[in-house]
Design a protein around this ligand. Structure first.
Ligand code: NAI
Length: 297
């Protein structure tokens, strides 16, 4: 993979130097040096991508998680797709491995992020397959159990907090301990929070509380782990067209639509682009940030 990229860059340099030869006559040496600097920066920028890195995505079998796996794989990362839906994972891994290139060998792992033992087993499987922990962790698994506050059951409150908030904590703690123990010096954790965690939403007191918690957890993780080379950031989507929102009745969706200046829901791919940016070293000085991706909502 790397050699393919280096060839690509070497090719560009060759073209650049040839151009320099041509341009030197007309524009002089300073112009040629500037061109070479641009070319060098291009090379640096490619090195900041996710190619060659191992990435864990939870909730990978659907929606935003699936789109993120596809994008990171396309950018050259090796994926560990984790979900509590084994069929969905098997399907995705088959698809990803059909278009894999170079050293990429994507794997799937069954996980319930709300269960400590399941998270630890997932890490053991990853270490067995890849001999190292992922240096990119995308905490994306999430659920909703909507109801108005006065009717919300304790179980529905606990379930949402367990998956969305405790799950993010368990995966981050377990995998980041392994990152530190393996002496990995550059790593990135991206947490899926939500704009609802900032503003609240009718019928989603449990979900809003869980996502506000994810944002606070993100900022604290960033403060504690930044010195170890592990950055941690949150993405706050607005409304995204995935199975999670497909379950929302049309009359509720129609109420929100006028409040979105872009006049539409996001596609999962649009959220994946922001996740990939935060995962990569292109965001090397972004730490503890929350990025709204809401179409202006
Ligand atoms: P989705 O429902 O399409 O996919 C969620 C995935 O998480 C599923 O594959 C499911 O099997 C998995 N999952 C659920 N519980 C799990 C557990 N305990 N352990 C492992 N995997 C589990 O959801 P979507 O829309 O792709 O959402 C992804 C993330 O983005 C969630 O955290 C969600 O809260 C967040 N988000 C989504 C928005 C939207 O409008 N769709 C808006 C804001 C945030």
């Amino acid at each position: 993979m790397r050699s393919v990229q280096n060839k690509h860059i070497a090719g560009r340099l060759h073209v650049c130097i040839t151009f320099c030869g041509i341009y030197e006559k007309d524009f002089g040496t300073e112009y040629c040096v500037a061109l070479l600097i641009v070319s060098f920066k291009l090379k640096q920028s490619r090195n900041k991508m996710v190619a060659g890195r191992l990435a864990l995505v939870t909730g990978a079998a659907s929606g935003i998680g699936k789109a993120t796996c596809r994008l990171l794989a396309h950018k050259g990362a090796t994926l560990v797709a984790a979900d509590r839906n084994p069929e969905g994972i098997a399907h995705l891994i088959k698809e990803l491995n059909m278009t894999a290139h170079g050293d990429q060998k994507h794997t799937g792992v069954s996980i319930d992020v709300s269960d400590d033992e399941s998270v630890r087993n997932a890490l053991l499987k990853v270490l067995e397959h890849h001999n190292q922990p992922p240096s990119i962790i995308i905490n994306n698994a999430g659920i909703t159990r909507d109801n108005f506050l006065l009717s919300l059951s304790e179980t529905d409150f606990d379930d949402v907090l367990s998956v969305n908030l405790k799950g993010t904590f368990l995966v981050t703690q377990t995998f980041c301990n392994s990152i530190v123990n393996h002496g990995i010096k550059i790593a990135s954790v991206v947490n899926l929070a939500s704009i609802i965690g900032k503003y609240g939403n009718m019928g989603q007191s449990n979900y809003a509380a869980s996502k506000a918690g994810v944002e606070a957890l993100t900022k604290t993780t960033a403060k504690e782990l930044g010195r170890l080379g592990i950055r941690c950031n949150a993405v706050l989507p607005g409304f995204v067209d995935t199975p999670m929102t497909q379950a929302v009745p049309d009359k509720v969706k129609n109420k929100f639509m006028p409040l979105i200046p872009m006049g539409r829901f996001a596609s999962p791919e649009e959220i994946a682009e922001v996740i990939a940016f935060l995962a990569s070293e292109k965001s090397s000085y972004v730490n503890g940030a929350s990025i709204d991706v809401t179409g202006g909502f």
